[in-house]
Write a protein that binds this ligand. Structure first.
Ligand code: ADP
Ligand code: ADP
Length: 232
């Protein structure tokens, strides 16, 4: 489903070079919830952003669903990216627009009728449990509700993969649990592949099937959650 081959990413600036990803190889299977953990600065965020090419690898190849994204032009990429949803730590909602418009945003310019967009948006809001907030603005919502809106928006184009970049890090423990349950629910209902990065061990333990541990731009351990966390 997702394949990273010898992916390297370096950030070059005038005074120094940071090798954020050294040589990462990774295979994530369809339908799994895959977790990436590691301390701050380990390269998790760079890695997840290389999956949808928000960051272009310095070298190496990225395949999603059999397509080599690293060989595509920006224009071709736009189409492939629709099949890869993403959510963020700080939700990234458009504050001047209500929930309905935030969720409808990715559906614009696709030749859908107003009614089709309406139906789609409300079915997404139902999925995330926020139908009654369609006309609220982000500032009127709790953190957990904002993340639910972001999840609905990320699913608008019916993606095959959902990337979660520290998606629960700004939330309290109870809200974190409810968002994790929602992600698990969506994973099962839609057979959606989920890649989740977190610095919180308990988040990853809670819902991931397999995980990779990152350190200094490298994957230092990878495997089933039970194998990695059971002490010999
Ligand atoms: P993590 O998500 O695990 O905290 P990151 O991928 O954000 O790690 O960062 C990995 C390394 O790359 C860090 O040393 C960070 O400072 C550096 N880095 C990340 N983004 C940039 C950037 N845009 N420019 C320069 N250095 C960056
Ligand atoms: P309009 O033409 O209706 O005003 P724009 O295309 O100008 O809409 O976008 C309005 C704002 O939304 C801009 O600040 C833009 O950066 C932001 N934006 C665009 N696409 C996204 C997206 N996928 N997720 C979050 N914000 C976005």
């Amino acid at each position: 489903m997702i394949l990273l081959q010898d992916v390297k990413k370096s950030y070059f600036s005038k005074n120094n070079t940071v090798h954020a990803l050294k040589k990462v190889n990774l295979h994530i299977r369809r339908g799994e919830i895959f977790g990436i953990i590691g301390y701050s600065g380990a390269g998790k965020s760079t890695l997840i952003r290389c999956i949808n090419l928000l960051e272009r690898p310095t070298s190496g190849k990225v395949f999603v669903n059999g397509i080599e994204l690293t060989s595509l032009s920006e224009k071709e990429l736009r189409k492939s990216r629709e099949k890869i949803g993403m959510i963020f730590q700080h939700f990234n909602l458009m504050n001047s627009r209500n929930v309905f418009k935030n969720v409808a945003y990715p559906l614009r310019g696709k030749g859908l009728s107003k009614d089709e967009i309406r139906d789609r948006v409300f079915s997404l809001l139902e999925l995330v449990g926020l139908k009654d907030k369609a006309y609220s603005y982000p500032s009127q919502l709790s953190g957990g509700q904002k993340q639910r809106v972001a999840i609905a928006r990320a699913l608008a184009n019916d993606p095959e993969v959902l990337l979660c970049d520290e998606a629960t890090s700004a939330l309290d423990p109870q809200t974190t649990q409810s968002i994790l349950r929602l992600l698990k629910d969506i994973n099962e209902k839609l057979n959606l592949t989920i890649v989740l990065i977190s610095h919180q061990m308990e988040v990853v333990k809670e819902i991931c099937n397999r995980i990779a541990v990152m350190e200094n731009g490298e994957i230092v351990e990878e495997g089933n959650i039970v194998d990695i966390f059971s002490n010999p």
